[in-house]
Design a protein around this ligand. Structure first.
Ligand SMILES: [Zn+2]
Ligand SMILES: [Zn+2]
Ligand SMILES: [Zn+2]
Length: 279
């Protein structure tokens, strides 16, 4: 009888210990994978890698950082979900819209809050400050804010002297450059040496605003604007913006393909200021 009781007690003790262990494990799993903060119910995100590992982050800020880091380490995420900030509905991060740098800071700084639609994000930004961005815009903004120097020539990402530019890779990673010159060179280097594909390029326009490079984008070469790398081009979000810029600063207008060709043409000339090319 005593022996029987002893066994029961032993079983209970073992069960409790196991419970405490798993409980502890579970708690650990629910700390942010980037900053080790506890996961707030309103802003938490869940990311599942292609290797089926699950990560939690405290907010969209840390989710963006984690997603870009995974890209650098050669893995990527097949699922990224978070909750809409005001509504609590579950949304896919790549489909979400974000308010970056608003006065509402429930978790990390700068505050990055997720919303299900652009309208909702813009409405929130009007009310609380910050900028409404899509997934690419939020990734590029954070990459340029987190990066301190050009990954091509090591110059600092100085918005006064240069036109900081981010390359967003299909893997989820990113590369940052001091200006479109270095961004096009980085793009070429990635294409030549790796199987990384550049998904989007974001650059800083003549008005200092970040925008996605696309068919509408024009670059102005040979203007009197301060020179970052040679040959220097100034990005403009539209043909109208480029015309207005040229009437003030001179130069000639190029589209994206013409700009890329101009950069590659000068690639081997060693005219690049900054760190010498490693070939
Ligand atoms: Zn975090
Ligand atoms: Zn956070
Ligand atoms: Zn550079």
């Amino acid at each position: 009888m005593n022996k029987y009781l002893y066994t029961i007690v032993l079983v209970i003790v073992v069960a409790l210990a196991a419970g405490a262990f798993w409980g502890c494990q579970r708690e650990q799993a629910e700390l942010c994978a980037m900053c080790s903060k506890e996961i707030p119910a309103r802003t938490g995100a869940r990311l599942v890698s292609t290797a089926d590992e699950t990560y939690y982050t405290c907010c969209a800020h840390c989710a963006l950082l984690l997603a870009s880091r995974a890209g650098d380490e050669g893995t990527s995420f097949r699922l990224m979900k978070t909750k809409g900030y005001e509504t609590g509905d579950v949304i896919d991060l790549p489909e979400a819209f974000f308010v970056y740098g608003s006065d509402v800071v429930p978790c990390c700084v700068p505050s990055v809050l997720a919303f299900a639609s652009r309208e909702r994000a813009e409405e929130f930004a009007r009310r609380e400050g910050g900028e409404a961005l899509d997934w690419g815009g939020a990734r590029a903004t954070l990459a340029l804010e987190a990066g301190d120097q050009c990954e091509m020539c090591s110059k600092s990402l100085d918005i006064e002297a240069a036109k900081p530019t981010a390359l967003l890779l299909a893997s989820g990673g990113d590369r940052v450059a001091c200006c479109p010159h270095c961004a096009f060179m980085l793009e070429k280097m990635l294409a030549d040496r790796t199987d990384e594909r550049v998904e989007e390029m974001w650059t800083t326009g003549e008005d200092g605003k970040l925008f996605r490079v696309g068919d509408e984008t024009r670059f102005v070469a040979d203007s009197d604007a301060p020179i970052c790398c040679t040959p220097m081009v100034v990005p403009c979000a539209s043909e109208e913006a480029a015309s207005a810029f040229i009437s003030e600063h001179g130069g000639r207008m190029l589209d994206m393909d013409e700009t890329r060709a101009l950069m590659h043409e000068h690639a081997g000339e060693g005219r690049h200021s900054g760190r010498p090319s490693s070939g």
